[in-house]
Design a protein around this ligand. Structure first.
Ligand SMILES: Cc1ncc(COP(=O)(O)O)c(C=O)c1O
Length: 390
């Protein structure tokens, strides 16, 4: 099997058979013409595989990206979406039935947290969000009606891990599906389907695209489940457009080298921060003193480019740090080539009440870092200077 860099460059992107174009063409069209009326029902019934009808259903440029994502995540097929949240909401709804109970961890991306904690219960679905690092809480949370177990690992922003293989066994023993948001790890560092998960979700906005210049999402699963998700996508309509799909294909060509550089930079930055006298705690699964370091070694191929740390001091000190960095930028989002810092309590986790944030370990002095591909010495010097300004 080809390695990650070879796949990043070549997977699902043969040169164009009609023109010889080396790069994937952008099929920027809403609809597709037919010369024979009898071909219409075939294309409608087997959209994408046997012809195209309408770009909300399937599009050749988007399909190339979906095949590439499926190869990286070791799935049968993928579905491209206009955002990570479109991928998450559509995939959850694809597997919901009347009375389905959803069991999830508490540490979730804010939008997903809002969906599971507020919106779905308002629509009559029962959901439970349990302690992330206590696997017993997940086990106790399973009900007869549990149809979906939903996790993220590593979690945002405290870098907690969930044992994906164990969660898959737990879900399957109850005939439930395990859905895993793999955004933080990227498929270079972790492939949940290989660990037993049923659906992998991504905010493609992040590591997959890697250049902080568009919003997109994806789901990858077996061919049958990906088809089900695509049928729900036809209804919800959050399809990915061909132009951003093409930009993502371009961004993905450097995914393996980007992510490896981000892994190495994050490790060095985490080590620097853990020796700094103004830093109380560093959360990074690659550090030997991370409480779940052994689990990280077991299920991750690399420890990722995300870390967070708690400053000794006040909210104001953390704000001062985030506005004092010069190489890094104070901004939301993650996974791009540039280093970003943020304070989750007032940026990405405002959906949570102060009490919920406290119980999830998100103090006001927590700083999240999305480590980029800059020279690591420049990053360490930048953080050293910003910490001195605190
Ligand atoms: C872990 C995770 N999942 C999902 C999302 C949502 O993705 P999008 O912003 O592309 O809708 C985000 C966004 O930050 C995220 O961090």
């Amino acid at each position: 099997m080809p390695g990650d860099s070879t796949k990043s460059v070549h997977e699902a992107e043969p040169f164009d058979e009609h023109t010889g174009s080396l790069t994937t063409p952008i099929y920027e069209t809403s609809t597709f013409g037919f010369s024979k009326a009898e071909d219409v029902p075939i294309a409608v019934a087997d959209s994408g595989a046997k012809g195209y009808t309408y770009s909300r259903w399937d599009n050749p440029t988007v399909n190339r990206l979906e095949k590439k994502l499926a190869a990286f995540e070791r799935g049968g097929d993928g579905a491209g979406f206009s955002s990570g949240m479109a991928a998450i909401t559509t995939s959850i709804f694809a597997f919901l039935k009347k009375g389905t109970h959803i069991l999830a961890i508490k540490d979730l991306y804010g939008g997903t947290y809002g969906l599971l904690h507020d919106l779905l219960p308002e629509l009559g679905f029962s959901t439970d969000l349990v302690d992330t690092t206590d696997f017993g809480a997940l086990e106790r949370g399973v009900r007869k009606s549990t149809g979906i177990v939903y996790i993220e690992s590593p979690t945002n922003p405290t870098m907690k891990l969930v044992d994906i293989a164990k969660a898959a066994k737990l879900a399957h023993a109850n005939d439930a599906l395990l859905l895993v948001d793999n955004t933080f790890a990227s498929p270079i560092n972790q492939t949940p389907l290989e660990l037993g998960a049923d659906v992998v979700l991504h905010s493609v906005t992040k590591y997959l695209n890697g250049h902080a210049d568009l919003i997109a999402g994806a789901a990858v699963a077996s061919q049958a489940r990906a088809h089900k998700i695509k049928m729900m996508r036809r209804e919800f309509g959050g399809t990915l457009d061909p132009l951003p799909a093409w930009l993502i294909l371009r961004g993905m060509k450097t995914m393996a080298i980007r992510v490896r550089q981000q892994n190495a930079n994050a490790m060095a930055l985490a080590e620097f921060l853990s020796t700094h006298k103004k830093v109380a705690t560093v959360h990074y699964p690659g550090l030997k003193d991370h409480p779940q370091h052994q689990l990280a070694r077991k299920q991750m191929k690399g420890f990722g480019g995300m870390l967070s740390f708690e400053l000794k001091g006040t909210t104001r000190d953390a704000m001062k740090f985030t506005e004092s960095v010069k190489v890094a930028t104070l901004a939301a989002s993650l996974g791009g080539v540039e280093t970003l810092v943020s304070q989750p309590y007032n940026m990405t986790h405002t959906q949570m009440s102060a009490k919920e944030r406290a119980s999830t370990g998100i103090p006001e002095t927590l700083v999240r870092v999305s480590v980029g591909i800059e020279d690591v010495d420049d990053l360490i010097e930048d953080f050293r200077r910003a910490l001195a300004a605190v």
